[in-house]
Ligand binder design. Structure first.
Ligand code: ADP
Length: 423
């Protein structure tokens, strides 16, 4: 199968979010962790490559992105999508512009669009300014982000500082006139040598208009919300087909292992909720792990009934987390927990466990790496941006859900397991 839409995402959870949005239209989506080395014969209609280019140097971000593009081209890709965060995470020296320009040069296109809006999550763009809820981006929590503090809400200024060619705007007034008006505006901007076009969007209906107007473009950039109507349009026009080979749980054992290394407020609620429903649970203590290793938890794990739901968690209240961090150091505490949970995951998989839910962005990275997973097939969405994914041979699939930080509601783990039952 050749790929129709090829996407390059600038971070891992962003890629999962994108893959999950694309799969909403019921098409086959494959997520690759890093640039694949081979495996071209098993490509899907939609391929998403998860990179970690958001906060690396621009030179390396461009290099990595071009490698991903090369692989997608070999896979026969017709249309390309560059995905970044809905809060346009990047500094004035940031990577969105340089990566987009490099991809444009390679694809020989002289205009593209930029639309990070995600109305369902409160991200909207008006007159080129990005809002988070009712606040300007520069007045939202993003102003204090440790890696990419966003002190300017104006996307034209932000992008203008990152690119060599001219930046322009198709504002909400044009978008509200519909896709033909927007198409004409893009042509007019092109005649005026505007290469990079920011497009306003404040509602899902705007994104549908934009997707309609831009579906024939070879290269589009945006957030995951814009990709959703695009995959629907490609499906409706017969460019990609409905996914008939559902990833199913027929052969998946009944039990599940939940591994939680996330210390986000929401995850703490989710863990408490799941434990209070009677799940078999083990709480990892990083200080004990540092002293005595994983013997205790593994001994406990081996004794459990794998047809039941089991949770192993290091998730704790902020006071306990701080105590462990003060004693061990932040980085060491994190690594010890990630290694401990990874070991539990590997052992459980060896013993036949086939369903895993991982909570925590870093924790997810550590466990997928420990499993040696490089490709995931996207299944049902559990919560916005968090899908079930599947890997391994068709007759021996492992189900894996990766949830970062504050995603999902209180009953997330129960929701996730119910979704799997109903596939
Ligand atoms: P989130 O997505 O919620 O930020 P992450 O997995 O990305 O979760 O990050 C949480 C970090 O905290 C991980 O490195 C994890 O190993 C570490 N951690 C988990 N539990 C504890 C704990 N009890 N004490 C100290 N650090 C912890």
């Amino acid at each position: 199968m050749t790929t129709y839409l090829g996407c390059i995402a600038d971070d891992f959870t962003g890629a999962t979010d994108l893959a999950s949005m694309l799969a909403r239209s019921g098409v086959k989506v494959s997520l690759r962790i890093g640039v694949p080395y081979s495996n071209l014969e098993t490509t899907a209609d939609i391929e998403v490559i998860a990179l970690k280019t958001r906060s690396m140097s621009s030179i390396n971000a461009v290099k990595e992105s071009l490698l991903a593009l090369e692989w997608l081209k070999k896979a026969g890709t017709k249309k390309f999508f560059f995905k970044y965060c809905s809060t346009f995470d990047s500094t004035s020296k940031g990577n969105i512009g340089p990566v987009a320009e490099a991809l444009m040069n390679e694809l020989k296109v002289n205009q593209t669009i930029y639309c990070p809006a995600f109305p369902e999550n409160g991200r909207s763009i008006f007159m080129g300014n990005l809002f988070v809820g009712q606040k300007l981006l520069s007045e939202s929590n993003m102003k204090d982000h440790p890696l990419t503090p966003m002190s300017d809400s104006n996307l034209m200024r932000l992008l203008g500082a990152q690119v060599t060619k001219r930046v322009g705007l198709a504002d909400r007034m044009i978008v509200s006139e519909g896709s033909n008006a927007l198409k004409e505006k893009l042509i007019e901007l092109k005649e005026n040598k505007i290469t990079h076009v920011i497009i306003d969007a404040v509602a899902d209906s705007d994104l549908s208009i934009i997707a309609n107007a831009c579906q024939d473009m070879k290269f589009i950039t945006g957030g995951s919300a814009l990709a959703m109507p695009l995959s629907e349009l490609y499906k409706l026009s017969g460019k990609i087909s409905e996914n008939n080979s559902l990833y199913n749980n027929n052969k998946l054992s009944a039990g599940s292992l939940i591994l939680s290394g996330s210390c986000s407020e929401m995850t703490l609620k989710q863990v408490n909720d799941f434990v209070s429903r009677g799940a078999i649970s083990f709480q990892l203590d990083p200080i004990d792990l540092a002293k005595n290793g994983t013997k205790k938890v593994l001994k406990w794990l081996f004794k459990q009934d794998f047809t039941k739901n089991i949770i192993i968690y290091a998730t704790a209240d902020p006071k306990s987390v701080k105590k462990a961090q003060d004693i061990l150091g932040i980085e060491k505490a994190g690594k010890i927990v990630e290694q401990g949970l990874s070991e539990c995951a590997i052992r459980a998989k060896e013993l036949g466990m086939k369903r895993f839910i991982v909570a925590g962005g870093e924790t997810s990275g550590a466990i997928t790496k420990a499993f040696g997973v490089t490709q995931l097939n996207i299944g049902k969405e559990i919560a916005p941006g968090v899908p079930w994914t599947f890997f391994g041979p068709k007759d021996n699939q492992i189900a894996l859900s990766l949830k970062s930080g504050n995603f999902g509601r209180k009953s997330f783990f129960t929701d996730a397991l119910n979704k799997l039952e109903n596939i």
